[in-house]
Every structure is written in C-alpha cells, then in structure tokens.
Design a binder for this molecule. Structure first.
Ligand code: 5RP
Length: 218
C-alpha cells in the first residue's frame, strides 16, 4: 500500500463521524482532499462545510458542497484534519500546508477533532518535522531571533504567503518535551499570529491509515 492509499483509507473512514444535517469543519492537505472526496458522496445529507483554507474551499465548491463563513455558524460538531506529526497524547504539529491559523480557529469551534493521518506521522516526541509559525511580515527577524533563544533554528519559508497575508518560519532542531508550554511561549511573542503546535486543542479521535486499513482510536 502506498502512503497516499493509507491517507485515502484514513480520509474515507472519517466519514463515519459526519452526522446528517450538520455543517462539517474541513481542514487542509492531501489527506483531507481524500476526506473531501468522501464527503461529496453525502453532500445531499449535510448542510455544508466551514473550510480552513482557500484550497479546501475551492475543492469543496467544485464538488458541490456549500461553504459557510465561520462567522455565520455558532459551532461545529466535528472537524476533520490531517497532521504533520502526532504523539501518543494526541498533541500535533500542523501547518505543513501553511493553513495553521485557520485550522486552529476551526478546530477551536468544533466539539470533536478527528485527526486523519497515515502511519508515518506518529512520533514519540514532536519536533523532527520543522514547527511552522505564522508571523506578521514586519516581525519576521525579531521572531526568528526569539525562536533561536528558545532553542530552535528558524528558516524563512521562501515564496510562501499565507491565506492571511503573513509569512511562515519553520523551526528546525526542536525536541518538544512539553508541547503546551512551548505553544504558550511562542504564541506570546509579539508578531506571532499562530504556532503550529496543537497541544491545548489536540485531537479527540485519531484515524491512522495502515496497510491493513484504517485504525481508529477514540
Ligand atoms: C496543513 C496541515 C496539514 O494537515 C498537514 O500538513 C498534513 O498534510 P498532508 O495530509 O498533506 O500530509 O496542517 O496546514
């Protein structure tokens, strides 16, 4: 089974968490793209979606799923999204696709976060995948210096502007022993919009695509 086939298995299994007549929170990335394909098979049974990126919005609309403005809805029953790394406590690194800020907002609005990954994303300690940080452009150098003080090696993601008009610093060489503490410290830096550590709001359900099919942990 290829990595993409494992992503597909996880994405389609997440359909079991979508309740009829609800608005569904939809994340971003190649695993979520499989989920969106699956969601399209029940588009007549759901009200629509709130999306975490321009890319997902376009795909949802192409498949005939209505996309709501997040300000128009009171809350969401379920949010389905991928991750770049996830640990046993269900803390995650996200933002490989630069959509971390909107992902954090939609996750915060949702009762249940269903994380869909292939088996390569599971780690003991977060940090091998460079930690994305969305930063206001004028704060780029200041935030980079502060991230060095926190023990990381930030790298400017060249040529990338987020859906919110900001830049991304990818922080290498971190071994994240206390994800909640690091999430707080980085979020407190002036000019940081969002850090891609999802520890305060981690996943509630993890669906892992494996060669044997989707493994569900609730
Ligand atoms: C985008 C994300 C994605 O969820 C993460 O990068 C995983 O992507 P993929 O499903 O393509 O492996 O956080 O900002």
């Amino acid at each position: 089974m290829t990595q993409d086939e494992m992503k597909k298995a996880a994405g389609w299994a997440a359909l079991n968490y979508v309740k009829p007549d609800t608005i569904v929170g939809v994340g971003t990335g190649s695993t979520v793209n499989h989920f969106i394909d699956a969601l399209a098979t029940m588009k007549g049974q759901i009200q629509g979606a709130v999306s975490s990126s321009v890319a997902s919005t376009e795909k949802l609309k192409q498949l005939g799923i209505e996309v709501f403005d997040s300000n128009e809805v009171d809350g969401l029953d379920v949010y389905v999204d991928g991750a770049d790394e996830i640990n046993a406590q269900r803390d995650m690194i996200k933002g490989g696709g630069a959509a971390l800020t909107r992902e954090k907002i939609v996750a915060a609005m949702s009762k249940t976060f269903v994380c869909i990954v292939d088996g390569t994303k599971a780690v003991d300690v977060l940090g091998k995948f460079p930690l994305p940080v969305e930063v206001i452009p004028m704060a780029r150098s200041y935030v980079a210096r502060e991230l060095v003080k926190l023990g990381g090696t930030p790298e400017y993601r060249q040529g990338v502007v987020t859906d919110n008009g900001n830049i991304i610093l990818d922080v290498h060489n971190l071994s994240i022993i206390n994800p909640k503490e690091l999430e707080d410290k980085i979020n407190a830096l002036a000019g940081v919009v969002t850090v891609g550590l999802f520890a305060h709001r981690g996943a509630d359900v993890v669906i892992t695509g494996t060669p044997e099919g989707a493994k569900i942990e609730e």
